[in-house]
Design a protein around this ligand. Sequence first.
Ligand code: GLU
Length: 477
Amino acid sequence: MVKKIIRTRFAPSPTGFIHIGSVYGFLLDYAYAKGRGGQFILRVEDTDQKRFVKEAEEHLYKGMNWLGIIPDEGPKKGGPHNPYRQSERLDIYQKYARQLIDQGDAYYCFCSPERLEKVRKKCRAEKRPPMYDRCCRKMSKKEAEERVKKGEKAVVRMKIPDNEVIRAVDLIRGEIKFESKHLDDQVILKSDGFPTYHLAVVVDDHLMEVTHVVRGHEWLPSFPKHVLLYRYFGWKIPKMIHTPVILDPEGGKLSKRKSNTALAWYQEQGFLPEAILNYLGLMGWSHPKGKDIFSLKEYLKYFDLKDVSPASPAFDLIKLEWMNGVYIRSKKDGELVKLIKPFLPQMSESQIQLAVPLIKERIKKFSEAKELLEFVWRCPKYGKDLLLKKIDQKTAKEMLFKAKEVIEKVGIKKTRVLQEKLMSLIKKKNWKTGKFFMVLRVAVCAKPITPPILESLPLIGQKGTLKRIDLAIKKLS
Ligand code: GLU
């Protein structure tokens, strides 16, 4: 028997930004297929024209490119199952809706929105979940066809069988039973000829030869409807996996209101794609050797969908930051200079080259570099109290005065020599080393936390350094 090629798909409805939960979804799709010599496809589900945002698709490509998750087939690249945008496949869905009507598994429904609203109201009054009352299901096929021919507007609904327990198998959740009495006769084709999600997803997953459907847990209630559609068409159901929902650390679903859900936010903050993928890879899955840090390549080697835990993991920004720091430290300085440049528009490339080794160990994301290096391009205002932490005014002033003399003599470029001279000064004066450098740090950088102070002086230059020391002396006079 020829082994079937694994094919997974990411099928977003691009409505604007890329949710971090979507990244999680397509990472699993990608990892499972690519780890098995399979194919990963992108299909744009743009049938809900009201929600559709044109630029969103471009945005999606950019995000996926940045992460290095590149589909083998998709709207841009094309492939054997063109087109990959659902709005361009309407004739296909219409054909299959027609087939279901002919088979007697679907029917035309002519009910007006007003009538449907009345039905819903009645359900609510009787404390039942709002469901269509199947009014048009009773109509003869002949009558329905005639009304459609005359140009009357109609949707197509699938028939849900009475009193059936529909069994559906999820790869990580096992068998799930759904009672058909809770399911609505779902609209599968709208009156404007557009399919709804249910018809389009089943038809496309089948035609595009998808072997594993990986989708968010929120689609679980749709599962029995899809099982029925597969049955009506006589198609084999692909393996289905409903991934766990990522929870907000505050509780509930990871949501825009409580947390940062947009991939763009993580990019702006200076997270590395490797760290994001590594972190998400550990959501509901663990490395067989218990490792926390691993490359995408290694993830592909070990990852299996069946090992994903259905329990919802909580998003832990602190852990992601830690992981990002690990990735930052593992990079060569030259690469970091390039990556960090967009975050430091105020600094020249040679300044960034000087700064990178000083901050590399101290930052967890690139946006922190800006805060840490702000002293390079501006000397913020500060009060003299900052200079006088655990030290008296007279000593602090003398420290600065003497430091200035040494710097004037030695310069700032030879850090080691400068350090030696300052240390012998400190010893001679019997000062506390920590206190001395704190006063100097605040004088030069206007804050108590900075990269190593002497190494930082070349970033400001000799003139700048001396000017700032003078300013501090003045504050103490
Ligand atoms: N278009 C659906 C969405 O926006 C895709 C669901 C699926 O993967 O089947 O999430």
